[in-house]
Design a protein. Structure first.
Length: 134
């Protein structure tokens, strides 16, 4: 089996998603692009296993998802999606859009920790609410 990035790669849909990025995606991208975060190379809207990941660091097999309120109603879908991507060896971490605006340092620290400490780290199935005071 070939690379998951080359199996029916829907580049037009990825381009569309990049052009229609949410405000939170745009803000986080400003901190991730051009290897600004500890030299990690991230790409946007990369197709993996039939799903598009908001941000992907291929070298560390890390996928970052930013979730809005609609994700509260699609937990089953997100759980299946995460399991499928995990099966390819990727770690999926999720943040609420509000985390990006309210706690960018915490988001970046969590991303760095996930990239540097892959072994034994659980994959969150839902975004963390700890940073939002819950």
């Amino acid at each position: 089996m070939g690379s998951p990035f080359k199996l029916g790669r829907p580049t037009s849909r990825a381009r569309e998603l990049r052009n229609e990025a949410t405000d939170a995606e745009r803000v986080l991208w400003q901190r991730l692009k051009s290897t600004q975060l500890a030299g990690l190379k991230f790409s946007r809207q990369i197709p993996i296993a039939g799903y598009s990941g908001d941000f992907v660091c291929r070298s560390h097999k890390l996928l970052i998802e930013l979730d809005g309120s609609q994700h509260q109603d699609q937990v089953t879908y997100d759980t299946k999606r995460t399991a499928t991507i995990d099966a390819l060896g990727y770690r999926v971490i999720r943040f609420w859009n509000g985390d990006v605006f309210d706690n960018m340092p915490g988001v970046l620290d969590t991303i760095l920790e996930a990239a540097n400490n892959r072994e034994g780290a659980p994959t969150p199935l839902t975004p963390s609410r700890v940073r939002e005071g819950e």
